[in-house]
Write a protein that binds this ligand. Structure first.
Ligand code: IVH
Length: 701
């Protein structure tokens, strides 16, 4: 649904007074009336699809307001309907912390998984009656909208869930987003953070692409990409021309209103003027969830927007706090996804790519095919054994599927009598990057040339700088490849010798970006030990193990000197992992490269000293825990002492840095706040159970 809105100030309604001749007071009074009326007609048109006036009548009101604001600039407030046309371009999008973490959803593909989720939930809640809210799972871009005093103050993309990008100017141009909350049914709350999904209707998306093709611009791949692109425009006047819409589905934080259930929250969102998802309903059983899933799946093709499943959420809010969340998703909701879409295409060619650890991965180049709105042109064939098992050859006809954002997969080969098949694909006898003879390692084929293999070196450097590792801004795959190809970096240590003069002549670099990269690298000489360990790319060592290793050894020298038996003793590090770690540090190339890297002078940050002994390994160490309410089985102070003994920090108040809230009887406002912030909550019995369990910690998964 698009509506033409005039952007130029023009004459007002016939007979209206010249805005320049009105006093500020008179102009303000007229502008207030126009605000009211334009907001209402905007909502009737875009949110309720029930317009009461013609486009030209709307335009006349709009232009009159523009003229008043042009004559009296102080009237151009943040919630003025004229703000919908966009503002001056920004230089960058600011990073903004969310009012509460924006978690994602755990997902299920089969009814059996939904049943397990339901069983777990019922078990945890005991006798409580369970009721779910069901909604479509909208396939767009998640957005946080924050209203202060009822006026849209900021809009932030999901980002990493904690911090996102401020896209307020762009979001102001989206007609389904209220700039001011409607107040005729409910008062506006003092503070409100709403979560919703920005998306594009398929019909709007198609006409947008049509226009782009006509203008010789590349069309967008799918509505979701077009939406994210538009949301993150630096020039909101461009965003204003993109047909975006927002459906709101969750009250994240509210002050000055209170709800007992999600459905009350949704009703309030409607009353405040948001557009909410269609067909929201309640269910009491897994059967009802499954029926809803089937019904939506059947109608999927006829909808004018993309959905990739349905969402079931526990309706009652109080028990949600009891269930809590993992670091990624709440335990009270699940996304029940649709079967991924499948399409048939042909393998044009198979080539081999060399990864960070030297693994040679066969990749199929496919004749491009659209699978559920995305063009797929390559798929990983994983490894030698998988390739042999599926017997895939160049020229074969195959069925490809795409499951959400996951890399496309080849499901099966389809017999094609019309062609003679090609030769079976054989893994190469030489590494395609460095020519070394690869070795078989289980199902994998590995180039043993480590850092002397350029492909591995490039991938290692990019990994070293990646988010989970040293998080060096500007050191991505492309830059890493460029630095290696230009001979500037032959090993990790060389990164720290780069100078601005080295970088400036390179393609894509200028004085500023060169300075930034050199600075970003230098800054990371002071870094968390765990990140450094992740960055080294030790086989089998992910973020969690790196943290455990950092806490245990507290320095790199102790770790690299540790014998296999000592490593294996650490909880969470099994035999296989300790052999892999030991093996890694024994590779002569690695040893030398690490010596040189450490020679650049690092200062490692290790979390607060945990207590000695087993407790340190249980995962309580470093956690910030708040106790509230009265405890049945012993005083609170005793529990606090016990938690401190295990390395936890016991704090007095709940904040976004709190890892866990332990709620005894009559918990009060701390529980409320923890729930709002998405902090994990445990009751006394569960805490005591964890304290006495063998691997008790890991309060936050
Ligand atoms: S609820 C804490 N409801 O799906 C739970 N999410 O990984 C908040 N999504 O990024 C999410 N439709 O953006 C919820 N009706 C719906 C949704 C929905 C789409 C998105 C959301 C999130 C992703 C789940």
């Amino acid at each position: 649904m698009t509506r033409h809105v005039a952007c130029e100030a023009g004459p007002g309604a016939p007979g209206a007074a010249d805005p320049g001749k009105l006093s500020l007071g008179e102009a303000a009074a007229e502008a207030a009336g126009l605000h009211e009326s334009l907001h209402r007609h905007n909502r009737l048109y875009y949110v309720e699809a029930a317009p009461e006036i013609s486009d030209s009548a709307y335009d006349a009101l709009f232009r009159r307001l523009q003229a008043l604001e042009a004559a009296h600039p102080s009237l151009g407030t943040a919630d003025s309907p004229t703000r919908r046309v966009g503002a001056d371009p920004l230089e960058t999008l600011p990073g903004i912390e969310h009012a509460a973490p924006m978690l994602s959803l755990d997902s299920a593909r089969e009814v059996a998984e939904v049943r397990r989720f339901d069983d777990r939930l019922r078990k945890a809640l005991g006798d409580e009656e369970v009721r779910y809210v069901l909604e479509p799972k909208l396939d767009g871009a998640s957005l946080e909208l924050v209203y202060v005093g009822g006026v849209l103050e900021r809009a932030v993309t999901r980002g990493n869930g904690r911090v996102g990008e401020g896209v307020t100017e762009n979001v102001r141009t989206i007609r389904t987003v209220p700039l001011r909350l409607r107040r005729d049914e409910l008062p506006a709350p003092a503070f409100l953070a709403v979560r919703g999904e920005a998306m594009m209707h398929l019909s709007d998306f198609e006409s947008l692409n049509q226009r782009r093709i006509e203008a010789d611009e590349p069309p967008y791949q799918n509505p979701r990409n077009a939406t994210s692109g538009a949301l993150r425009q630096l020039d909101s006047r461009i965003a204003a021309r993109r047909p975006l819409t927002v459906l709101a589905y969750d009250v994240m934080v509210v002050a000055g209103a209170a709800f007992d259930s999600d459905s009350e929250g949704i009703a309030a969102l409607k009353a405040w003027g948001f557009r909410t998802p269609e067909r929201v309903t309640l269910a009491r059983s897994v059967e009802e969830i499954a029926a809803y899933h089937r019904a939506f799946d059947a109608d999927r093709e006829s909808l004018d927007y993309e959905i990739d499943g349905v969402v079931a959420k526990l309706d009652a809010l109080a028990p949600r706090a009891v269930l809590g969340s993992t670091a990624h998703h709440p335990r009270w909701a699940i996304a029940f996804k649709f079967e991924p879409r499948k399409e048939v295409t042909r393998i044009d060619r198979i080539f081999v790519s060399v990864g960070r650890t030297g693994v040679l991965t066969p990749v199929a180049l496919l004749r491009p095919v659209e699978v559920g709105g995305v063009t797929v042109s390559r798929a990983s064939l994983h490894n030698r054994e998988e390739l042999e098992r599926k017997d895939l050859r160049e020229g074969d006809l195959v069925r490809v599927q795409r499951a959400g954002d996951v890399i496309p997969q080849i499901v099966e080969r389809i017999d094609d009598e019309t062609r003679v098949r090609g030769e079976p694909f054989a893994m190469p006898a030489a590494c395609p990057s460095c020519g070394t003879e690869p070795r078989a390692k289980g199902p994998f084929t590995v180039c043993p040339n480590h850092l002397a293999c350029r492909a591995q070196l490039k991938a290692r450097i990019a990994h070293f700088g990646s988010r989970g590792a040293l998080d060096i801004e500007g050191l991505g795959e492309e830059t890493a490849a460029l630095l290696v190809d230009k001979g500037l970096v032959g090993e990790l240590a060389d990164l720290f010798d780069l100078t601005v003069e080295d970088l400036v002549p390179l393609e894509g670099f200028g004085e500023v970006s060169a300075r930034n990269l050199v600075g970003a690298i230098r800054d990371r000489k002071r870094v968390e030990l765990a990140r450094f360990l992740v960055g080294l790319g030790i086989p089998e060592v992910g973020a969690a193990v790196a943290r455990d290793l950092a806490l245990h050894f507290r320095g790199i020298e102790a770790l690299r000197a540790a014998p296999e038996e000592a490593l294996a003793e650490i909880r969470g590090v099994g035999e296989k992992m300790s052999a892999a770690i030991r093996g890694f540090f024994e590779i002569p190339d690695v040893r030398d490269a690490l010596d040189r890297l450490l020679g650049r002078g690092f200062r490692f940050i290790v979390p607060e000293a945990p207590p000695a002994g087993d407790e340190a390994k249980e995962g309580w160490a470093g956690k910030t825990i708040v106790l509230t309410g009265s405890m049945k089985d012993g005083p609170r102070s005793e529990l606090a002492r016990e938690l401190r003994r295990r390395g936890a920090r016991v704090a007095g108040s709940v904040s976004s840095r709190t890892d866990l809230l332990v709620a005894g009887a009559n918990p009060g406002s701390k529980l409320e706040k923890a729930r709002r912030l998405g902090v994990e909550v445990l009751d006394e019995a569960r805490l005591r159970a964890r304290l006495s369990a063998p691997r008790a910690g890991g309060a936050v998964d």
